[in-house]
Structures are given as C-alpha cells and as structure tokens.
Design a protein. Structure first.
Length: 462
C-alpha cells in the first residue's frame, strides 16, 4: 500500500453550486492511464485541449478543456490532470465519480482539504509560510489582506525568514567551529565580530517581527465588543460603524438580547465588532432571555481585544444611571489599554469636560456620525496597526509566536556572549534553538500534527 502522501487524489476544485466553469483536479504519481481513460487519448503537456470527458462506456459526460501537467512541472509536483467542465453540481459529481472509477486500479481517492497544497509543500514547490498564504489569499476578507497574502505567497515573508536563517547559520558555524578549538575561543569570536553579528541578526529579527505582527493583524483582525447600559446607543454605534442596519434600534431598554456581530474594515484591518445586550442588574426577573443576553455580553467582554464602553451624554447626572456606570466599570477587566470610553448622543447635549482617566475618550453621535472617524482611528491604534506604505505581507499568529521565541533565544545568546567568560556551549545551544524556531515558519522543522492542523483549514480541492 502507498503511503498517504503518495496516493492519487481527486477533488472538485471550484466552489460548490452552479458556475460557468467547474474544475475537477487529480494529482498522483502516474496518471497517464487516467488521462487516456477520461479524455480518450494522451494529451500534450500544458496545453488546453478540447475533449469529450467519457464515462466507462465511452459516452460523453460533458466536453470541455483538459490540461495535463506531467510531473514535476505542476502545482503539486506530481502528475496533475485538470478538467474544466460546465460548472453544474451534477456534471462535476459525475466527472469526479468517473475519475475515482478510472483511477481505482491505482487507488485513486478523494482529496482531503488542502491536500494538493500539502503535496506542493512536501514536494518543495512551496514552503510552509507560502502554503499558508494560499489559504490566506483565498480567505482574505479585505483588499489589503489579499494583496499582502499574495506577497507572502510569492515569497516576500519567506525570503525575510530565509535571510535571518542564513545569518544565524553563519553564526552557528562560527561558534561551533570555535568549540572545537577551546584554546583560542574568545579571541576567535572577537576577531570574527561575533557580538556585532549577533546584534545585527537580533535587530533584523525585530524588524521582521514588527512586519509579521502587522501581517497577522491584516489576516486575523481584532475582536471589538460594544458594551454599556441599555439604551445608550450601542446598537446604533454598530450600525453606524458597519454602515448598515444590522442590529435593531429602539428606545425600549433591553432591545438587544442576543449578540450581533459584524466584520468591518478600517484601512484594510478587519475588526470583528460585536454588539451586546445592555448591562444592567435590574433586568426584569422574569425575563430569562435578557438575563442570558447579559451573561453572554460579559463573556464577550472577557474575550475581547478591545471594549468600547458606551455612555449616554444625555443621562449624566441621573443617580440610577451613574450607579449603573460605576458597577460596570468595576467589573470591566483590565480597564486601561483595551478599554475606550465612548460618549454618545453628542448631538443632543455638549460633552462635559473629561476626567484625566477618560482622556482619550471619544465623543460622538451615532445619529449624525460625528466623532466616528476619531473612533475608527482609536481602534486602529488599539489594534496596534501602523499605517505603512505598500509592500507588507500577511503572517499568522503561529509565525509571530515562532519569531518571538526566536527573539527570546537570541536575547539569551546576547546575554551569554556579553559575559566576561562566555559559556560557548550555552551560546551554541541558544543559537540552535533560535534556528529551530525560525525553521518552523517555513516548515524546515515541523511536527506532523502541526502540518495536519494547518492543511485541515484549507478548502477541498486546494
Ligand atoms: N439623539 C441621539 N439618539 C441616539 C443616538 N444613538 C442612539 N440613539 C437613540 O437611543 C435609543 C437607544 O439606541 P440603541 O442603539 O438601541 O441603544 P442600545 O440599547 O445601547 O443598543 C434609540 O432610540 C436611538 O435612536 C445618538 O447618537 N443621538
Ligand atoms: Mg442594543
């Protein structure tokens, strides 16, 4: 039996549903017989040929373009056959079934999600960061995210990582060579400028980390929760940010019960904004639904990257309202960096002077839209976004974490080297660990279960 990664696979590569064109794609080590069976004859490599796609009895299922990519010049590095048929679900299922049947003698099976790209990775067509960029490009929720993913796919991120790795390898070679000649070790390292070189790698790594963090933001965005007492204008704020009437707005307290979420984009950064039920502890006892809504609101707040605490300017001074504000403030976690005070309904009444704690608060009106731009900018700052010229790449949280671990090992290495009598074994070990962590990004060193987790999130047929 063939190992899983060598079994021939087939899948519908286009999205489910009706379309002008639908594609069935097969990949495997030797698909020549499959081509002959389905297309009626051999095909010229990498040429589009118009052929009838035949079933086992020789009848045409459909006709369309067939493209034959013999190994190794294909997406996966194996033989690949692409059939471009009419994009109807039934036609494509028939073609898929036909490929399974015609390839049964070589063990043809359905591809799992991302399996074509996984093969491309295993056959060195792409490194792991590039393979991940394929999925990120497909899943991109904003134009900026798509452009950055395309740059990662073309290797912009990988080449930064590779350059770091080359510098690290040179340093490791130097240190390991020194280990073999203990009598001259320190002189040797000094002459080779080991310290300066290490500082230079660490600085280059910091720059890549900053970029990767921005790239991860573009891909993943941040989670923003709108919270506050009933009727302060939370749902109106969500609608204003989204530019659409998503959440129900009424003058009745307790209108929003379940959470309403929407992804909006600001300068290309996706923000996943959730409107919640108004927080109050005097919700009518019999109103089970509202009480569950409030519990959910607190859960959302707990997992948010940023919380917009909305206040109603028209009700300042009302005793019950002020008491409610104080109770919420008490329970908000880590008030501070993640919390933005938003004073709403500025169209009704002038804003009072802000206390020192509320400097940086936003005064706005969900009704007129005043103050919304300031709030958007505030959210970008909270997200950690730095507007920058074109040229960024997408990255994932996984990459950012690997870079942080690399950074920590380099910092350790710098500490060791700064000592009067540096322990060179320790230095060598920190450099090795830094190298390993860096290698996880491009997939040089990577565990099988991590690979499985990465490709499981792809579409089938990709
Ligand atoms: N004048 C004025 N009214 C607002 C503003 N924002 C919301 N409202 C009104 O306040 C009431 C409660 O709004 P809503 O968004 O449902 O508040 P929520 O309970 O916090 O979600 C509604 O009658 C809105 O029309 C605003 O900026 N100005
Ligand atoms: Mg509401």
């Amino acid at each position: 039996m063939l190992p899983r990664h060598h079994e021939p696979i087939v899948a519908v590569a286009t999205a489910a549903g009706r379309g002008a064109v639908g594609i069935v794609r097969a990949s495997g080590r030797d698909l020549a017989l499959l081509v002959a069976a389905v297309c009626g004859s051999a095909l010229e490599p990498r040429h589009a040929t118009h052929v009838p796609f035949r079933d086992a009895s020789g009848q045409a299922i459909d006709q369309g373009l067939a493209i034959w990519f013999p190994a190794p010049h294909s997406y996966t590095g194996e033989d690949v056959l692409e059939l471009q048929a009419h994009g109807g679900p039934v036609v494509l299922q028939l073609l898929l079934a036909r490929c399974l049947e015609a390839g049964a003698h070589i063990g043809m099976r359905l591809a799992t999600p991302g399996e074509f790209t996984e093969r491309a990775f295993l056959n060195d067509k792409l490194d792991l960061a590039q393979a991940e960029a394929v999925a990120d490009l497909i899943d991109a929720s904003t134009e900026a995210a798509a452009r950055s993913a395309a740059r990662s796919l073309s290797g912009a991120f990988s080449s930064e990582v590779t350059s770091l790795r080359d510098q690290l390898v040179a340093l490791r070679t130097l240190v390991e060579a020194t280990l073999d000649f203990p009598e001259e070790e320190i002189d040797f390292l000094q002459q080779a400028n080991a310290r300066e070189r290490l500082t230079a790698v660490a600085a280059a790594l910091n720059a890549v980390l900053t970029q990767a963090h921005q790239g991860a933001l573009l891909r993943d965005g941040i989670k923003v929760v709108i919270a506050g007492q009933p009727n302060v204008g939370k749902s109106s704020l969500l609608n204003a940010l989204a530019g659409a009437e998503l959440a129900i707005v009424t003058a009745i307290p307790g209108t929003t019960r379940d959470k309403v979420s929407q992804t909006i984009q600001i300068e290309g950064v996706p923000l996943h904004v959730t409107d919640t039920a108004g927080l109050r502890d005097d919700a009518p006892r019999q109103d089970e639904v509202e009480r569950i809504g409030i519990a959910r609101a607190w859960a959302e707040i707990g997992s948010a990257d940023a919380v917009l605490f909305v206040h109603d300017l028209t009700r300042g001074g009302e005793a019950a309202y002020e008491a409610g504000e104080a109770r919420i403030a008490e329970r908000l976690p880590e008030a501070g960096s993640r919390l933005v005070h938003v004073y709403n309904k500025a169209d009704m009444t002038p804003a009072p002077p802000m206390s020192a704690a509320e400097q940086g608060a936003v005064v706005m009106s969900a009704r007129t839209g005043s103050g919304l731009d300031a709030l958007r900018q505030k959210l970008l700052v909270l997200a950690g976004w730095h507007a920058r010229p074109e040229g960024g790449f997408t990255a994932r949280a996984r990459h950012v974490q690997a870079l942080r671990r690399t950074q920590a090992h380099l910092a350790q290495a710098e500490l060791v080297l700064a000592g009067a009598a540096p322990a060179l074994e320790l230095l060598a070990e920190e450099l090795r660990l830094a190298h390993d962590n860096l290698g996880e990004i491009t997939g040089q060193f990577v565990a099988d279960d991590l690979l499985g987790a990465i490709f499981a999130n792809f579409c089938i047929g990709k």
